[in-house]
Structures are given as structure tokens and as C-alpha cells.
Ligand binder design. Sequence first.
Ligand code: JFZ
Length: 465
Amino acid sequence: MKKLLLVSVMASLIIANTAIAQTPAKDERMHWWREARFGMFIHWGVYAQLAGVYDGHVQQKSGAEWIMNLNKIPVADYQAVAKQFNPVKYDADEWVRMAKEAGMKYIVITAKHHDGFALFKTSASKWNIVDATPYGKDLLKPLAAACKKYGVKLGFYYSQAQDWNNAGGAVSRKKAADGWARPDSAAIDAYTLAHNGHWDPAQTTSTFDEYINRVAVPEVKDLLTNYGDVAVLWWDTPTDMTVEDAQKLQALLKLQPNIITNDRLKRPDFPGDTKSPEQRIPKPSEMDGIDWETCMTMNGTWGYRASDHNFKSTETLIHNLCDIASKGGNYLLNVGPKADGTFPEESVTRLKEIGEWMKVNGEAIYATKRSPLPLVDWGRCTEKQEGTNNILYLEVFNWPKDGKLIVPAVPNKVISAKIIGSDKKCSVKSQGSTVELTLPETAPNTYASVIKLVVSGNVVDATAK
Ligand code: JFZ
């Protein structure tokens, strides 16, 4: 028994080692990502042309990038939409500049979403921007060039399993029609149930294995070969994936030795480098010692939905960024560009406002570590090492009316306290392990004001476990 245990322990060590043996080592690969903290997600494709409206029916909720599946749009009809997709106002330089000025360090764009449409030139399928649209030019080439110019890292989202247009691709089944009763809904639902989610015979003229070999593998190879450095490969929804399928795609990553991948290639055997909570910020204890990234929409959809103007406020977005940094994660904030190639106006203004805040307060976000403090009711905290000192950045959401801010669990000697972006004084009193700051009457920043507290030595971790 003991011997068996030893053998299995050794075997798992060998497996773990082969995973680690990828060069360069994980810590090295993750270095920029762990300091970046803030990136832009971009969901763009043919669905932007429909903008959440099909056959006169306005999609009321959820992702407009799912419109083909939600409405069971026949393959031929959906592909006809591409004939109108002509994003003549697309300016990759402008996109990357907006991301950069918002303080974002990387971009992850849907090179191919579940509708299977490739934003890039590929010979694996005609269902791509060059061969299927009047625009006729690769959309990722100029984006890669602009990213290089501005020093913003570029990542690709690639829907490896779900593909509703390329034959053989998987479908995650949703009931027909979202919020409106199609006369034929019942029949369509019966059909999808009997055909592993597919609703059009054109989707099943080849097998999933053939699809992986014919489309997914060559397209991922294109993406990892033709666009220079690719910082991230963001897999999604592993519907129907086998271990062999996943291995084939995983093997391609050697084309980009520094690439970082998420955990959505296939569960549970392919954990990737990062966890990807979606639309939610995990509890501090949930992600201890794990690299994670919360992706989130600004409104209620990933792809552009013209009727959705319900955007989160700039304040909420900045608070989310602080909250995520205080828990040691990254924030991947989505923009769903319109079919003409421009960002929705609401996104543009929010990016601008976040950027103004980041220009002043960015040091409280970049290259920081999660908060060592117990939860505080006034806001969040991030931490940075500076020689033998520790910097605590206090992101104050609720400015104290009485001017007193209490920082718990810091017995260290305070060296200095300064309000970032303000000349106003901030005085300090230490009592045991409590630091009391006396602040000016009004908050210097409308979204979140940051106090930089430098203390001697390490701050002992007092987060709730
Ligand atoms: C997926 C996509 O279906 C969606 O369109 C968007 O691209 C988003 C970023 O990712 O949606 C998911 C995937 C995983 C979960 C939820 C929605 N999940 O694990 O809870």
C-alpha cells in the first residue's frame, strides 16, 4: 500500500514537473501580467452588424454575440449578414490609444467568437473578414501594429470548441428565441435536443474532430504565427472537447513560448495559467496564491447591443478596479465596438474618465499586491514593497465626514502619509496597531481618493481567512 502511494506520488510529481518544464518558468512568463492589473476585452464580429436585433425582434437581455444561437438563425442567413459588415471607420491606432490612455496594459480581442467568424485572414475557412465581407482586410494586423507602437500587450480570445458556422463545430444549447415566442420555437427546440444543440443541417456535415483538425488547429496556428508576439490566448467554453482535442491546441502554444493562457481550454485537466471569474469579483480568500482575472462588461452585453444603454458608472468601474487589485487580481474590462468600427460613446467617456483617475492614482494599482488589512468600511487597500519599507495605498471610497480615517492592524512605525494628487496635509497618529489619519474636509477625487502610507518593515497579513 505504502509503495503504491509512493509510486503515485512520484508519478504526479513527474506530471507536475512536465507542466512546469515549459520554458520560460511561469513566474517569468507571468511577470508583466501580475504588474498590469488592467486590460481591455474586445468582443467584435458579424454580430455587431445585427446589434441585438433579428427579424425585427429586439434582444432584451444578455450577450448580443449570442444572437445567432438565441434566434437559431440559419447558417446561410447569418453569413449573408457578413455581406454588410464593412467597418470603414475602424482605426486600430485609435482603439489602442484609448486603451493605453485608460491605463490598460493589455488587450484581448475576440479573434473568433462562437459564431466562428475569424477577424483575420486564414486559409482554414472562408468564414473570415477577408473572404466573407466587403471590407476584405485583416482586422488583427493593424491592431497588432498599434499594440506594438504603444507598448500594449496583445492577446487573442479564440472560441476553440463552439463554432456555429464552420461545420462540425460544437454548440452549447440554448432554447430558441430569447424573450419572444417564435411560432416554430417548439420544433426548433426539439431539433436542437436531438442534434447536440445544432439547429441547421449545415452545422453537422462534418464531425467535431474534423472541425478541430480542419479549422481550430490551423486557425490557432495562424494566430500564433502571423501577428508577432501574442501575450495571451483566451480560450472559451470547452463544449464537447476531448483531452486529445485540447492537447492538439495546447501543443501549438510552443509557437509563443511566453504566452499566458486561461483555464477554459478544457476542464479540469488543462488549468492554464489564470483563473477567469466572469462578471464577479471573488472573495479575498477564494483566490489565495492563484493568478486570476475578472472579466466584466460595462453594460449588460459583450458584443454590441444597440438598445443597451445601461452602463455602469465610472465610479463603479474604478471601485471595481480597486477592489480587484486589493484582492490581487486583474480587471479585464469589455468594450463591444459597433459594426462601423467605432466604440460606443458611453464606453469612450468611461475609458477617458478612468484614464484621468489612473494618470494620478495608477501607482496604487500597477505592480501592487493584495491588501494585508482586514476589511475596512471606507474603501480598499493595495500594497507595495519599497526597500525595507511597505507602502499601503488606501483607496478611500467613503471620505470620512469627521476627517478621521482608521487603518486597522498596522503596528508598524509610520514613515509618511500623503494624499496622492493633493497638496493638502494629512496627519498621522499611531496607537498600538491602529493608525489614525486626520484628513482634509473634502475628498480630493470624486471617484476614489488615494492615500499613500509608508511604514517601516512588513505589514503582517491580517485578512480574514
Ligand atoms: C463566455 C461567452 O459565451 C460569452 O459570449 C463571452 O465571450 C464571455 C466572456 O465568455 O460566456 C461564459 C463563459 C463561462 C462562464 C459564463 C459565461 N462561466 O464559466 O460561468
